[in-house]
Design a protein around this ligand. Structure first.
Ligand SMILES: Cc1cc2nc3c(=O)[nH]c(=O)nc-3n(C[C@H](O)[C@H](O)[C@H](O)COP(=O)(O)OP(=O)(O)OC[C@H]3O[C@@H](n4cnc5c(N)ncnc54)[C@H](O)[C@@H]3O)c2cc1C
Length: 316
C-alpha cells in the first residue's frame, strides 16, 4: 500500500508540535486515500525518528551530520532518498518558517504538484482536494494537482495534535547527502524577556475597545496572568504603543493557534482573523452584536468588556 509521508520537523533535536499535528492529519487523510500514514525524520542520529515513532506507525530515518540543522538542499535530498526507497503517494510538510522554504524545493526535486498553506485536505474519488484560504482569509479555494503524487504544506492549527504513546517502527534509509549550498550559522535566541506568543496555549488579546494603555494592562494583562496564558493585541493597540510588536496577532503580526483565544474589544477585521482563526476555542467579548469577530467565535459574549472581564476575574 502506498504511503502518505509526513516530513518531521525538528529544531535542536526537538520534534515540533506542528509535526505532531501532521501525524494526526496524515492518519485521517491516508485512511480516506487508501494509503498508510508514515513519517520521515532527518537528523544527526536516530533520536528524532524514535520520537516521531510515538505518533505514527512507521518512520523512515536518514541519519547524517549534515542533517543536524534544516537546509532546503539537505532535506530535499533526504526526502528523495526516502521516496525512492518506498511507494509514496504524497508528502506532507508543516507550513512553518522551515516548511515554507522546504515545500517548493521538495516539489521541484520530486517533480510533483504542490499546494502550500492548506487548512484542509479531503479525498474525492481517491484524489486529494486541498483547501486553502486566500485574500487574507476572505475566500476558501479548493485546489487539486495534475500529477499523480503531491507535496502539500499544512498550516499550524489546522489539525489537532496526535497524542504520544504509540510504538511505530523505525527503518534506516541510506542517502548520500551531497552539496548543500546554504550553511547553518547559529540559532539567534530571542532576547531575554521577549515572548513567543505562538507557543502559548491560552491567549487573552485586547483590541482598540480596551480604550487606553492603563486599561489594557489592567484588564487584558491581568486576565492573561490569571489564566496562566499570554497577552496579545490587535494592531491598533501595538501602533498606539500599549504593548510591544511581538504580541501583535494578524496578517502583519504573528499567527497563533492556542487552545483558547479570548478576544476582547476586537472587531474581527480579516487582517486580525488571519492570524488567529486556527485557535481551538475562540471567546469574543464585544459590545457590538454585529462585530465580525462573532462569525468565527466559539462563544460570543455581547457586552462591555469592562464589566464582563472583572466578573470573569471574580469567578476565577
Ligand atoms: C495591510 C494591513 C495589515 C494589517 N495587519 C493587521 C494585523 O496584523 N493585526 C491586526 O489586528 N490588524 C491588522 N490590520 C488592521 C485591521 O484592518 C484592523 O484595523 C484592526 O484589526 C482593528 O483592530 P481592533 O479590532 O482592535 O479595532 P476596531 O476595529 O476599532 O474594533 C474595536 C472593537 O471594540 C469594540 N468595543 C469598543 N468598546 C468596547 C467595550 N467597552 N466592550 C466591548 N467591546 C468594545 C467595538 O465594538 C469594536 O468592535 C492590518 C491592516 C492592513 C491594511
Amino acid at each position: 500500500m502506498a504511503k502518505l509521508l509526513v516530513i518531521a520537523e525538528q529544531r535542536k533535536g526537538v520534534l515540533s508540535e506542528a509535526s505532531m499535528e501532521l501525524c494526526k492529519a496524515a492518519k485521517a487523510i491516508a485512511a480516506a486515500m487508501g494509503a498508510q500514514p508514515a513519517a520521515a525524520a532527518f537528523y544527526k542520529d536516530d533520536s528524532v525518528a524514535n520520537e516521531v515513532a510515538k505518533y505514527i506507525p512507521e518512520v523512515f530515518s536518514v541519519v547524517d551530520a549534515k542533517l543536524e540543522n534544516y537546509t532546503a538542499d539537505g532535506y530535499a535530498q533526504a526526502v528523495k532518498a526516502v521516496v525512492e526507497s518506498q511507494d509514496v503517494a504524497g508528502v506532507l510538510i508543516a507550513h512553518t518558517y522551515d516548511g515554507i522554504d522546504m515545500v517548493a524545493k521538495v516539489a521541484m526535486t520530486l517533480g510533483w504538484g504542490v499546494v502550500s498553506n492548506c487548512n484542509k485536505i479531503e479525498v474525492s474519488g481517491g484524489k486529494p482536494v486541498f483547501t486553502r484560504s486566500t485574500y487574507n482569509g476572505k475566500i476558501h479555494e479548493e485546489k487539486s494537482v495534475s500529477t499523480d503524487k503531491f507535496v502539500a504544506s499544512i498550516e499550524k492549527g489546522a489539525y489537532d495534535k496526535e497524542a504520544a504513546g504509540g510504538a511505530g517502527s523505525v527503518t534506516a534509509v541510506s542517502a548520500s547527502i551531497g552539496d548543500i549550498r546554504t550553511s547553518f550559522k547559529e540559532f539567534v535566541e530571542m532576547a531575554a524577556g521577549s515572548v513567543d506568543i505562538t507557543q502559548a496555549k491560552v491567549i487573552v488579546s485586547g483590541g482598540r475597545g480596551t480604550k487606553e494603555k492603563d486599561k489594557y494592562n489592567d484588564i487584558i494583562v491581568n486576565l492573561a496572568k490569571k489564566l496562566g496564558g499570554e497577552y496579545a493585541a490587535s494592531r491598533p493597540v501595538v501602533d498606539a504603543g500599549w504593548t510591544d510588536a511581538a504580541r501583535q496577532v494578524g496578517q502583519s503580526g504573528k499567527s497563533v493557534a492556542p487552545d483558547l483565544y479570548l478576544a476582547a474589544g476586537i472587531s474581527g477585521a480579516i487582517q486580525h482573523v488571519a492570524g488567529m482563526k486556527g485557535s481551538k476555542c475562540i471567546v469574543a467579548i464585544n459590545k457590538d452584536p454585529e462585530a465580525p469577530i462573532f462569525n468565527i467565535a466559539t462563544y460570543g459574549i455581547i457586552g462591555d468588556l469592562f464589566e464582563v472581564i472583572p466578573a470573569m476575574m471574580g469567578e476565577l
